[in-house]
Design a protein around this ligand. Sequence first.
Ligand code: NAD
Length: 484
Amino acid sequence: MKNALLTTKSSDVFSGPYYLSIAGELVEADQSFDVMNPASGRVLAKAPAATAQQLEEAIAAAKGAFKSWSVLTYDEREAYLVAYADALQEHRDELAVLLTLEQGKPLKTMAEPEVDQSISWIRQIAARRIPVEIVEENDSHIVELHHTPLGVIGAITPWNFPVLLALWKVAPALLTGNTMVIKPSPFTPLTTLRFGQIAQQVFPAGVLSVVSGGNELGPQMTAHPDIAKISFTGSTETGKHVIRSAAGTVKRLTLEMGGNDAAIVMPDADWNAAIPQLFWGAIGNSGQWCVGIKRLYVHRSYHEEFVAAFVDYARQQKMGDGLDPKVTVGPVQNKMQFDKVREFLDDIKANGQRIVLGGEIDEAREGYFIPVTIVDNPPEQSKIVQEEQFGPIVPIIVYDDVDDVIDRANDSPFGLGGSVWGRDTKAAVAVANRLETGMVWVNEMHTQGVDIPFGGHKQSGVGTEGGHEGRLLFTNPKTVLIKK
Ligand code: NAD
């Protein structure tokens, strides 16, 4: 139908309308819902609200497309993925601006890198392969391990990195021969819908569909008999619903969920040099980062100087609309999260904890702005230390003993990421090895790559994304035993 809609120049901001992508077509929905610009708190655009029937059509189209897509060679699927990356590249500027408008993140430092990384990852992943392995061979037989596609993948994504987290799923799933239906978060559907529109120019009908709407589409996907696997990124609470719902059809699951990552700054650390990385590790994306630093442990010997220097660095940042090039900290993405983060501030104040920066919301200001807030040494059992704040508040917590701080870091139902900072790399690595997490960085922060597995331990996740391990999880290990 409406591929003429893609005639925007790359520098234009796409003003809509937005369509569902189903079975190779751009499809209207009878109902729509408002998508807000978090920097203004006003409606940015209307997004189509798919009906249950439209989601059924997308799943049926994906099931139909699987027959021919799954039997293509890796080289053929690579060519499609590269063509998709090329098509997205033409719209790169427009997509990044749209991402800032709907998500709030600063354009230059966050939205453009997110779009660029997503496109780059499609290209890189397209070149990866999962070959057939010979697991045994003797005079009488040969045993091969094939990694066959699963079928239709249902991708359910959150609002903090809506583009990157969707593309992390798309590229490996399609490369390995699966087809996919994506359901973006109702808070940030627009950029994903545009990615979907552009996909219809490239892929055979039904290979990649994007269906926006309310949360109720999620359970329809997780219980659906024609979806073989759910690749979910979101909160641990929702992830538990996904597990329960998927049991009925024994779906494969990859779950990337919440976290409460600790950073441990060792007694010997060059802490002053690390402050920018620690600050952005905590406050980047306004703290709405699954692997953000949510608990920052510093040694008593330099604690006071550290807090002063951290506050000083924080004061140099500018909060505001992400389209303003001087802005480095954007708003919180949505009103629901704004209210949740406010509860943390209320709790901090009600319990008399020491706020050394921020803490006051300007109620007259439009948009969902919460100032960068630094809390000095709240008790270990406080809400801000124990729970995932997912906003621009960071507690700096004092420790005396390294063994004790490792216990405190591990004393959590979460186990997503963490970081250790110290001059003695060997000692820092020894601490990192004792953290019960899926990932841990030593003297660096948030490094990622297509061959680096990304996933959570404990209630932060099941399975991994990225890396060979993540790609394998889009396949079925199939053993073929052949008599010679
Ligand atoms: P969320 O769980 O509220 O929503 C995630 C997605 O699930 C959305 O698309 C939503 O519509 C859908 N959903 C809601 N109810 C559902 C149901 N019953 N069944 C199926 N799907 C349903 O999460 P969010 O608020 O969008 O994202 C923030 C959370 O995500 C934080 O906890 C954060 O740590 C986590 N997160 C984790 C990672 C990771 O890689 N581990 C990455 C980003 C975000």
